[in-house]
Design a protein around this ligand. Structure first.
Ligand code: SAM
Length: 345
């Protein structure tokens, strides 16, 4: 493959932007079907500006789902967001296409999530199909391969030194273990264990570790974030999973208890600003979309069901860490898809 030095960077950027748009549109297709089938667009066409709570009430749906869906719709430019009033409006021209069955432009899913909009119940991560788990692994692995060892670990205070000299590391909510395996390859003196509540994902992680020739250097176990075993870890990581947990504060508390007093919690979360209006761009569109279909339902399916959403933003994540007993919290890196934080006891 050609090295970056010989490539046209403008062309890479343009193609990356194109793929981001296409990914947002693909995820958005399921949300358009949901909006149509649940009458969300038709209701907005009649009501004018609405809050998520009002739209949920008008359509007999759950406010938390509708709020995430509206974020995705605003990021896609399907609806308009008013940050002062915190209301969303479907412009009449868009209503003509999305909500008028007699219009020549009328375009009109995911049945499990659509039903959850009505009931407000969660849909567990484990209830999805293998394609979701593999898609998640492949998307995240490329982001972690490009950043984790070469940049994020270096940005943490004194963590790289410990990893080279021999540290113990827990990767919580590890899924198929892409991040665990990348770290285990880079730091042969350290010991790594990946935990996830989802047994099927842990079974796949075992296979991935064997394929990478890492048997013995990496362990994977089924355990929820609030109860995984072990203590005195030098580093605990949560990669793109804290927001999908039902009780992120409970998880934070357990991370705090399981850490060495000088240890570090590395938190990687989808890039987001604190306010809806900060996230109304092509990447926010992807994250709000995935959040509506996967992360928010996954959290609602668990005890507490805090449903941070994939666009939680730094302030909410900082509050979660503080509630878990962490006294220090700082942003150490940001990439097009990720925010990276260091939390210390
Ligand atoms: C979006 S995936 C991220 C997986 C992996 N960290 C990655 O970066 O590819 C979210 C993961 O969180 C896990 N998860 C959700 N709630 C959990 C909990 N309470 N305890 C442990 N794992 C949990 C899911 O099973 C899933 O593997």
């Amino acid at each position: 493959m050609a090295s970056v030095a010989t490539l046209d960077e403008a062309r890479i950027d343009a193609f990356f932007d194109q793929l981001v748009e296409e990914l947002g549109a693909t995820i958005g297709a399921a949300l358009v079907v949901i909006g149509d089938k649940l009458g969300l667009y038709r209701s907005m066409a009649l009501s004018g500006a609405v809050t998520p709570g009002e739209l949920a009430e008008h359509t007999g749906t759950s406010e938390r789902y509708v709020r995430e869906w509206l974020g995705a719709q605003a990021a896609a430019g399907h609806v308009e967001y008013d940050p002062d009033e915190r209301t969303y409006t479907l412009p009449p021209e868009h209503a003509y296409v999305l909500a008028n069955e007699n219009s020549p432009y009328y375009v009109g899913g995911e049945p499990m999530i659509r039903e959850a909009f009505r009931s407000g119940a969660g849909v567990g991560w484990h209830e999805h199909s293998q394609g979701v788990f593999e898609g998640c692994e492949r998307f995240h692995r490329s982001v972690y391969a490009a950043n984790l060892v070469s940049s994020w670990i270096l940005a943490l205070e004194d963590v790289e030194r410990k990893l080279h000299s021999g540290a113990t590391v827990a990767d919580v909510g590890c899924g198929h273990g892409a991040s665990t395996i990348l770290m285990a390859n880079a730091y042969p003196s350290s010991r790594f264990v990946g935990f996830d509540y989802h047994g099927e994902s842990i079974a796949t992680a075992h296979i991935r570790a064997a394929e990478a020739g890492l048997n013995g250097r990496v362990r994977f176990d089924v355990a929820p974030a609030a109860e995984y075993p072990g203590w005195g870890y030098d580093l605990v990581c949560t990669f793109d999973c804290l927001h999908a947990m039902g009780d992120p504060v409970g998880a934070a508390r357990h991370v705090r208890e399981s850490l060495h007093p000088e240890g570090t919690w590395l938190i990687v979360e989808p890039v987001a600003g604190d306010r809806v209006e900060d996230n109304l761009d092509p990447i926010g569109r992807i994250h709000y979309g995935v959040s509506t279909l996967l992360s928010t339902p996954a959290s609602l399916a668990q005890e507490v069901g805090l449903a941070l959403g994939a666009q939680a933003g730094e302030s909410r994540l900082r509050a979660v860490a503080a509630s878990g007993g962490f006294t220090r919290f700082r942003r150490v890196a940001e990439t097009p898809f990720s925010l990276v934080f260091e939390a210390r006891p």
